[in-house]
Structure formats: C-alpha cells, structure tokens
Design a protein around this ligand. Structure first.
Ligand SMILES: C[S@@+](CC[C@H](N)C(=O)[O-])C[C@H]1O[C@@H](n2cnc3c(N)ncnc32)[C@H](O)[C@@H]1O
Length: 213
C-alpha cells in the first residue's frame, strides 16, 4: 500500500466519527499538503509538542513512530473535538499554556504565516525553551522564493478567509529561507536544514529542521 493511501486510511480511521465538515477540511489539508514527505523529520520515539496542531492530522500520521504528542490548538472549533488517538493529548490554548521543558521535538506546521516577525520569533524562543538539549524543531512553511506558487498560496488563503472562515487570524507573512535560518540561529538553534517538498504541488511547501544544542 502506498504511503499516501496508508495516510488516508489512518486519517479516515482516526477522524471517522467527526462531523462531515471537519472530515472534509482534514481531507483537503491532506490532499494539498505533502505531510507524507515530512513524517521522518520527527525523531523516532520522540515526545512531541505540536503548536497550532489544527485537528492533529500530522499527529495521527506520525503516531506510530513517536511516543506521545501534546497537540496545542487555540481554535476551539478544532481543539474541543475528541482526540483522534490515545497517543495525542489535545490542549485547547496557545503554546504558553504548556510548561514542560523536556520535549524531544517541537512541530510548527503551517502556523506562523499570520504572525508578524517579532511574534513568530517569540514563539520559536519559547519552543527553544520547551525542548530538551538535543531536541529537534520541525517547522513547515511556504518558501516565498517561488513567485507564482506564492501568488496561488495567497489567493487560496484569501478565499479561505473570506468564504470558508476555517482559520483564525488574518494576513500572510512569509519569510525567505535565509531569514528563517538567521532567526533560528540567532535564537540558538544549530544544525539548520531546509528542504523543498513542493514537487507536484501548487504551493511552495518547504520544511526546516534545526536542533537545540
Ligand atoms: C493552516 S492551519 C494548520 C493546522 C495544522 N498544523 C495542520 O498542519 O493541519 C493553522 C493553525 O494554526 C492555528 N493558529 C493560529 N494562530 C496561532 C497561534 N498564535 N498559536 C498557535 N496556533 C495558532 C490555527 O488555529 C490553525 O489551526
């Protein structure tokens, strides 16, 4: 069975009892985002903090390889729905309601595009503090170096804001690879890596990883 189909089955199993509108939202996310190209960026056996986890679809897709996922999501429409897995502990709120500092991995997946640079930097500073030494940051974003793909991404977000109302916040701010690297290095992360994962997708998907020394 292909990874894409296996992921689809896992999501169907996990979210099968959700209301139809939410299932459709999760399906569209799965079809339009290359989740399956990023599963191994989270270290095996990790205890994971995911901030802005949405319905926790990424958590479902990585649950076999990790120990536990604390999935923090401020949008109550998503965070008060039942957890899709015993390994996923859902928290309704912002990241600062989690205080533990021993996570093996912190995941931020398509969350920061509404945050001005200073707010975004402050989030990564807090995540640096939440990671144990040697812990991994996994940051999925869009690469603003792709002019046409960025135009499409902005158009889709505009449609979603004006007609679907499925995300909180407003506006879109994307950083370049160099800006992300400079920000993370300045906070103290090392071992910075960037990987394009957008082949075959209309959006300029990119994944960054970095380590807390
Ligand atoms: C595009 S969705 C991505 C959801 C999920 N990470 C995924 O990949 O399917 C962006 C999510 O970020 C959440 N979000 C927005 N602002 C946030 C903030 N300041 N802190 C944490 N999450 C936030 C939204 O509620 C939304 O669920």
């Amino acid at each position: 069975m292909s990874l894409g189909f296996r992921g689809f089955r896992a999501l169907h199993r996990a979210f099968g009892n959700y209301p139809a509108g939410h299932r459709l939202h999760i399906l569209i996310r799965y079809i339009t985002c290359p989740f399956t190209r990023t599963l191994e960026d989270v270290p095996a056996g990790a205890r994971v903090l995911e901030v802005g986890s949405g319905h926790a679809a990424y958590g479902v897709l990585i649950e076999d390889r990790v120990k536990e996922i604390v999935a923090v999501e401020p949008d109550l429409r998503k965070s008060v729905l039942p957890s899709p897995s015993p390994k996923i502990k859902k928290v309704a709120g912002f990241d600062d309601c989690v205080r533990a500092t021993d996570f093996d991995a912190a995941v931020v997946y398509d969350v920061t595009y509404r945050m001005p640079p200073d707010v975004r930097r402050a989030l990564f500073v807090r995540l640096f503090a939440r990671l144990r030494s040697g812990g991994t940051l996994v940051f999925k974003d869009m690469d603003n170096g792709h002019r046409w793909k960025m135009k499409w991404a902005r158009f889709q977000e505009w449609m979603s804001d004006h007609f679907l109302h499925i995300s909180i916040g407003e506006g879109f701010i994307y950083q370049s690879r160099a800006e992300v690297e400079a920000m993370l290095r300045e906070i103290g992360f090392t071992n910075f890596k960037a990987r394009a994962i957008d082949r075959g997708y209309p959006h300029p998907h990119i994944i960054y990883t970095a380590t807390k020394p």
